[in-house]
Design a binder for this molecule. Structure first.
Ligand SMILES: Cc1cc2nc3c(=O)[nH]c(=O)nc-3n(C[C@H](O)[C@H](O)[C@H](O)COP(=O)(O)OP(=O)(O)OC[C@H]3O[C@@H](n4cnc5c(N)ncnc54)[C@H](O)[C@@H]3O)c2cc1C
Length: 417
């Protein structure tokens, strides 16, 4: 059985950052090992941002995350802010550029640049990376841990658990780490479900006939009693199964969380996000005699989408606006400003970009990411009950929590030796 001082389990974004900072913090005789069950390291980094890797966002706030409390999330984010991440990558030879949306990408537009720099930094920090090594059990003893897996057995003074959540399971993140955390005595949130996930509409929903059509909309998630839960404005993409696009991905976790808690929550679309309903109604009432429903809305929405919405409101494109009955006018306004989506499911972890739920931050000391339940165990990344919206927020959480966990784990070995 081999013996290491710090064992990092999982070499995704959080684990690589933890390994680098553990290596940089440790003394010369400290042995740090990072293992991963995957054959191919960094699969998620490589597919991120459509292969360009949206490394972070120029402005990251706790409000950009769901899960644990904002105060807890803020504390960890503050320990490794965006500027420090930008500096870190610059020092590793990866310049980042900011796009109009605020997202930061490598100037090469290649995720490979990011992964290569991280792997190089791991090696320069004196940390060994070994894979495929899939960890199956971790046991805590008085003076450390016994860790076992496929052809692997080791004792470790400290363990940093960075096994991710359940999104994109073929990358190796299949929730096994959550089981391990539970086995060690941690709890996990009552609900764990996909986040940043496309939503499925009923078979007969006409939106499914509009695959490929996109429009900027406001998407509102409301509880069964009408209370506003979340609201986002961004492009919505119609697909052959339902809806996707940034606005749907961002809002999905709130709909699924509410439903998981037994709330009959709904998703409601405002198709004209920058138009006030009252003003639009006035423009209908004041429309010229010749204006038709189609001409009133022409150019505001893609043609096929517009036709579908008019049909849903029970009006014909050629109907004169001034001739609409009060009921039809109301139906048109409701369809344009309060269109409920009949969401029957989601596309699951295979198509989700993140996981909502996990180990609550209340069970973790945030200055070190050390477990309050299992001394010597640190946790970082998506295994925690923190999920960000689209835009680089999930990586920022992984970088920040990974750095805090790795540096603290190595520092504690140093202070004990
Ligand atoms: C398609 C897609 C695109 C994305 N794009 C972006 C983006 O552009 N920007 C952004 O901020 N976020 C993006 N995300 C989210 C982001 O990738 C994740 O939030 C982030 O990678 C989480 O990092 P992590 O290290 O916690 O977990 P992961 O990246 O999931 O890494 C966990 C690692 O642990 C390993 N592992 C798991 N169990 C074991 C075990 N038992 N033994 C050994 N190893 C194990 C896995 O093999 C894996 O390598 C995207 C996600 C997906 C799926």
């Amino acid at each position: 059985m081999e013996s290491v001082d710090v064992l990092v389990v999982g070499a995704g974004a959080a684990g690589l950052m933890a390994a680098i900072h553990a290596g940089r913090t440790s003394g010369p005789d400290t042995r740090i090992l990072v293992v991963d069950g995957a054959r191919k390291i960094g699969a998620k980094i490589l597919v991120a941002g459509g292969g360009r890797c949206n490394v972070t966002h120029h402005e990251v706030r706790p409000e950009d995350y769901g899960g644990s409390t904002r105060n807890a999330i803020r504390k960890v984010l503050r320990a490794y802010p965006v500027e420090a991440v930008v500096e870190f990558f610059a020092a590793e030879g990866v310049a980042l550029k900011r796009e109009e949306t605020g997202k930061l990408f490598p100037t090469t537009d290649k995720a490979r640049t990011v992964l290569d720099a991280l792997l190089e930094a791991v090696s320069k920090a004196g940390v060994e990376l070994r894979h495929p090594v899939r960890i199956e059990s971790i046991e805590r003893w008085d003076d450390g841990f016994t860790v076992a897996g496929s052809d692997f057995q080791a004792t470790a003074g400290r363990v940093v658990l960075c096994t991710g959540g359940k999104a994109l399971p073929k990358s190796g993140s299949d929730g096994a780490g959550l089981e391990i955390a539970r086995g060690l005595g941690h709890s996990t949130t009552d609900a764990i479900h996909p986040a940043l996930v496309p939503l499925v509409l009923t078979d007969v929903d006409p939106i499914r006939e509009l695959g490929g059509i996109a429009a900027p909309v406001t998407l509102m998630i409301r509880s069964g009693n009408g209370r506003a839960i979340a609201e986002y404005t961004a492009p919505l993409l119609c697909t052959h199964f339902g809806v996707s696009g940034p606005v749907v991905l961002d809002a999905s976790r709130y709909l699924l969380a509410a439903r998981a808690a037994g709330d009959d929550a709904t998703a409601v679309v405002r198709w004209l996000p920058d138009v006030d309903r009252g003003e639009f109604e006035l423009s209908i009432l004041g429309a010229s005699g010749g204006a038709t429903c189609q001409s009133l809305l022409k150019g505001r929405l893609p043609d096929r989408l517009l036709r579908m919405l008019l049909h849903a409101a029970g009006v014909e494109p050629a109907d004169r606006v001034r001739g609409l009955t009060r009921d039809r006018r109301r139906a048109l306004l409701d369809t344009l400003f309060e269109h409920p989506l009949v969401v029957v499911g989601d596309r699951g972890y295979t198509f989700a970009e993140a996981t909502a739920g996990g180990v609550p931050l209340s069970e973790i000391r945030l200055e070190s990411m050390e477990s309050r339940v299992v001394p010597g165990l640190h946790l970082a990344g998506e295994i925690c009950d923190v999920d960000g919206r689209v835009g680089g927020f999930n990586f920022q959480w992984a970088w920040a929590s990974g750095r805090v966990a790795g540096a603290a784990a190595a520092a504690s070995i140093r202070s004990n030796s």
